[in-house]
Design a protein around this ligand. Structure first.
Ligand SMILES: Nc1ncnc2c1ncn2[C@@H]1O[C@H](COP(=O)(O)OP(=O)(O)OP(=O)(O)O)[C@@H](O)[C@H]1O
Ligand SMILES: [Mg+2]
Ligand SMILES: [Zn+2]
Length: 275
């Protein structure tokens, strides 16, 4: 029998490198996850406490390995939500999550497309993608994982030195329900780097798994950062293998997030809010 009382609140903080969630102490069970009572005949009876589900979600959030900087990223703490690009990106993110959750619950094998958030630096791509992971894990209890592509390459290289096989790093990324690959296309574009990306993307594509990408590269020649005074940014299709790029268009909705740099404009915006 389940207990339906409200579970304790989740607290998310920045812990060294990663965002970390924990539950407030459960006043019902004292963190034992079950409640003891007696049945009609006075025999001891253990019931699951309502905090148990919440505990599982907290573990999923922590396993997602969201970087500290984005510990407080949620779908409702974006500024300028009336700017068309932000509005559209948020709407699409919510649609993707909703469809994913519905299909996941109904065990429909095609869980729906992911997102490719592309644009110039500082426009909220990683923030939005991390907010999606937070919702997927903490609200819906679905496994998800963040990985920064260049960091992954470094981990694999270190593994070669210590004798840890590539598959130890890649399998969890292939298998996780929702994967966020941050900074797609970054790196030196070597054949080896391409093959690592190919292993993840092709296998997730074949398994119809949902993947979210962020990228600093333009997707079409028209999507050129207005603030970029120099050469036009290179195209994503030139940074990754054509095989991979071709899969992306089927795996993801491409979302244009090429706009103002919030890293530069944030203090000004905060001032404006105060006035
Ligand atoms: N719409 C927004 N509202 C509030 N804060 C924002 C918004 N967009 C971005 N930020 C903040 O601006 C900073 C940069 O955002 P973020 O790191 O997500 O950018 P990015 O698009 O991933 O940049 P890059 O391409 O360089 O990785 C972060 O501190 C983020 O929280
Ligand atoms: Mg980013
Ligand atoms: Zn409890």
């Amino acid at each position: 029998m389940k207990n339906n009382s409200t579970p304790p609140a989740v607290i998310v903080s920045a812990n060294n490198l990663l965002a970390q969630a924990k539950l407030e102490k459960c006043s019902l069970c004292g963190d034992r996850s079950f409640l003891l009572s007696q049945d009609a005949k006075g025999r001891p009876l253990a019931r699951e406490c309502s905090c148990r589900e919440a505990r599982k979600k907290v573990v999923l959030f922590n396993n997602a390995k969201i970087p500290s900087r984005y510990h407080d990223a949620t779908l409702d703490n974006f500024y300028d939500i009336n700017l068309p690009k932000i509005k559209l990106a948020l709407t699409k993110a919510k649609e993707v999550i909703k469809l994913y959750q519905t299909n996941y619950k109904k065990r429909i094998p095609d869980l729906g497309k992911g997102l490719l958030l592309y644009g110039s630096p500082g426009t909220g791509k990683t923030k939005l993608a991390c907010a999606i992971l937070r919702t997927i894990t903490l609200d819906y209890g679905i496994p998800a994982r963040f990985i920064e592509f260049v960091q992954l390459l470094n981990q694999i290289k270190r593994g070669y030195d210590t004798g840890e096989p590539e598959s130890n790093f890649l399998l969890p990324l292939v298998e996780v329900n929702v994967l966020l690959i941050d900074e797609l296309g970054k790196g030196r574009k070597s054949e080896w780097e391409g093959s690592i990306l190919d292993q993840i993307v092709s296998r997730r594509y074949a398994a119809q798994k949902t993947t979210i990408f962020t990228a600093n590269y333009a997707v079409t020649k028209k999507t050129i950062n207005a603030a970029d005074k120099g050469d036009a940014p290179s195209l994503l299709a030139e940074r990754i293998d054509t095989r991979i790029f071709s899969r992306l268009s089927q795996m993801c909705h491409f979302i244009d997030m090429d706009m103002q740099d919030y890293r530069k404009n944030m203090p000004e915006m905060v001032e404006m809010k105060k006035n």
